[in-house]
Every structure is written in C-alpha cells, then in structure tokens.
Design a protein around this ligand. Structure first.
Ligand code: ADP
Ligand code: 5GP
Length: 192
C-alpha cells in the first residue's frame, strides 16, 4: 500500500551481547505498527533463526555480488568474512508504505544510517553496564565459540567509544528499566 507520508527510521546499535536483540524484539511487540528491516548476512544461521525473518542468509559470493550491484544502503564486514548489510529495496519498500522501520545494525552501520537519513532517523546506542558483564552475557547465551567471544569483546571496547555519536544512549543494566526507557524515547520520536 502506498502512503503519502514516509515512515521514520529507528536505529539500534550496540556491542554484541549488550541485549539489543532482546530489547528490539520486546519493543516490536510493545509499539504497534513498527516493522523490522531484515538485513542480509553471510554468516551461518543459528538454531531457531528463519531465513527472510531474522536475516536474508546469503553466501559470501552472493553478498559480494550485491555490493557490486549497489544494492545496499550500507554494509559492513562486521567480523572477518562475515558480511552484514541493509538492502535499499527493503528500506524503501517499507518506508513508502508509511511504516516506521526498526534497524538492528552494528555501530558503524548505525552511524552511517543516521548520517544518511538525518532527522528522519533516531539512533539509539545500547550500552552494557560493563565489559565484564558483556562477556558474562555472551558466555551465558551459549551461541559463540571462545574465539568468537574474544573477537566480540575486543570489538566492543572499540565500539563503545562511539556511543556519544548516537542521538540517545540507553544503559541495559536492569532489563525492565531499559525497556521503559527505550519505549519512552521511541514514542517521543514518533509523536514529533
Ligand atoms: P545482542 O543482540 O546485543 O547481542 P542479546 O539480546 O542476545 O544481545 O543479549 C545477550 C544475552 O544477555 C542474552 O542471553 C540475553 O538474554 C541476556 N540479557 C539481555 N539483557 C539483559 C539484562 N538486562 N540483564 C541480564 N541479561 C540480559
Ligand atoms: P549477529 O551475528 O549477532 O546477528 O550480529 C552481529 C552484528 O551485526 C550485530 O551488531 C548486528 O547489529 C550487526 N548487523 C546486523 N545486520 C546488520 C546490517 O545490515 N548492517 C550492519 N552494519 N550491521 C548489521
């Protein structure tokens, strides 16, 4: 359905393990009319993930082909040989339907989307209470190898330096508090 009014963009970024997926899934159920921008990735599917819902899962070659054809608004090699990107077709389709689009992207991707869309976008950085707690959450989640956890922690320390570039920072210490905070921030932005 076409709409006269284009949808807004709500961008969440965080170091891996900070609780972004948990918060974004909750918010999508809490505020009616939000839609999720499904990214493409070349990483392997995790148990429980669904192609086309969590991500469009591509091979590295398929991903590179789309880079060549300029099909991404932004893309990053988030981890070595693991590409992630936002498809322009996905964003435009949803926005043209007047839908407010939620993004779950890495820190560089979040800053790029904000730069591109300016006041149409709200960028939120989900901050872990500490690096130690981040590591504990990643270990408890049981989805990463030791090596992958080390990589993610190293990257997290780097990424946390960019928090100040985001419109809002939400510290995810107490989960219920963080939920309330993001709901308030997003509702305020949508009602502007
Ligand atoms: P991300 O998407 O940022 O990588 P997840 O949402 O997968 O992070 O959260 C990482 C792990 O931490 C998950 O096991 C999740 O259940 C847990 N978690 C999320 N928020 C909190 C919180 N406030 N306190 C304790 N554990 C949390
Ligand atoms: P995961 O492998 O845990 O699903 O995601 C790893 C990281 O890639 C997360 O920080 C996630 O937000 C990021 N990511 C997911 N999709 C995109 C995207 O389209 N672009 C960018 N730049 N990062 C993404």
């Amino acid at each position: 359905m076409k709409s006269d009014k284009k949808g807004k963009l709500i961008v969440f970024s965080a170091p891996s393990g900070a609780g972004k997926t948990t918060l974004v899934h909750w918010l999508m159920n809490e505020i009616p009319g939000l839609v999720f921008s499904v990214s493409a990735t070349s990483r392997k599917m995790r148990p429980g993930e669904v192609n086309g819902k969590d991500y469009y899962f591509l091979t590295a070659d398929e991903f590179k082909e789309k880079i060549k054809n300029n099909e991404f608004v932004e893309w990053e090699e988030v981890y070595e040989n693991q590409f992630y990107g936002t498809l322009a077709s996905e964003v435009e389709r949803l926005r043209n339907e007047g839908k407010n689009v939620v993004f779950d992207v890495d820190v560089m991707g979040g800053m790029n989307i904000k730069k591109m869309y300016g006041d149409d976008a709200l960028s939120i950085f989900i901050m872990p209470p500490s690096v130690e707690e981040l590591e504990r959450r990643l270990r408890n989640r049981n989805t990463e190898t030791d090596e992958s956890i080390k990589k993610r922690i190293g990257k997290a320390k780097y990424e946390m330096q960019f928090a100040g570039k985001f419109d809002k920072i939400v510290v995810n210490d107490d989960l219920e508090e963080a939920k309330k905070e993001i709901k308030n921030i997003v509702e305020e932005f949508l009602n502007k």
